[in-house]
Design a protein around this ligand. Structure first.
Ligand SMILES: [Zn+2]
Length: 255
């Protein structure tokens, strides 16, 4: 089981790191898969997605990594020690990137198994612009709604590391509470994209669609500004499930 998910993770990561896609270069980006209820493989620090293999991933405990995010007294100085303790193999020499915290938060959600984090060129052209928040607030065309749902989670720029992990956790939980559904994409200002799903395909399609929509958006701004779909038109494409999703179904989470 774990070997086959690792193989799927390798293929997904190579796609996300393919230079032809422009989603990540050098050591940029990271990816993960949940192995079982409390463990996940995540890209090791200092590895490149484009040619990654088994040796590019480390196995880490979800609950040990998220404990530091949930503990308001913990600071960035505690991260190195906690990451060491969270390694499933105590003799492991490689380390997960500090962004492994973002993966651990999201992998507590049973419906997500694969996570991809990238810095795609056009998505970042939008996220690094003065109009970023407005530009990602709407939907442009029906297929974008199908891949990326009706709305993405917006994260304003904050310090990378623990501060960012806590901001993502807070805003992700607020999104689920307000919308009653799980998002497919998280957009981080001046940083990049996270996509989440039950399969590698869900992650790569959402990344592809974010990049396509961002290219359209850049050009729409050049032609006088985007005309977003109306909320009614978005709702006609995006059919909400009857029952609102509740985050207290997250494994190990207190109510
Ligand atoms: Zn990043």
């Amino acid at each position: 089981m774990s070997n086959s998910v690792l193989q799927q993770l390798i293929e997904m990561s190579r796609y996300l790191g393919d230079p032809a896609n422009g989603y990540a270069i050098l050591g940029e980006g990271n990816s993960s898969v949940r192995i079982d209820e409390d463990s996940f493989y995540v890209k090791a620090s200092g590895t490149t997605m484009a040619n990654i293999d088994e040796s590019g991933f480390v196995a880490v405990s979800i609950s040990k990594v998220t404990a530091i995010i949930d503990d308001p007294k913990a600071g960035d100085e505690d991260v190195t020690r906690v990451f060491q303790e969270a390694l499933l193999d105590p003799n492991e020499k490689r380390r997960p990137s500090v962004e492994a915290m973002l993966h651990a938060i999201l992998l507590r959600v049973p419906e997500y198994q694969f996570i991809g984090h990238t810095h795609p060129i056009y998505t970042n052209a939008i996220l690094c612009s003065k109009v970023a928040e407005e530009a990602v607030s709407g939907r442009l065309f029906p297929d974008q709604v199908v891949s990326m749902k009706h709305k993405s989670v917006w994260i304003p720029y904050v310090d990378p590391g623990l501060v960012l992990a806590r901001e993502v956790k807070t805003r992700f939980e607020r999104f689920v509470e307000e919308e009653g559904v799980l998002p497919s994409a998280i957009l981080m200002q001046n940083h990049g994209l996270i996509t989440m799903g039950a399969s590698p395909k869900a992650v790569t399609s959402c990344t592809d669609m974010s990049e396509k929509a961002s290219r359209v958006l850049v050009n729409a701004y050049a032609m006088g500004g985007p005309r977003f779909m109306s909320p009614q038109d978005v709702d006609r494409i995006f059919t909400r499930p009857d029952e609102h999703y509740r985050l207290n179904s997250i494994a190990g989470r207190k109510s």
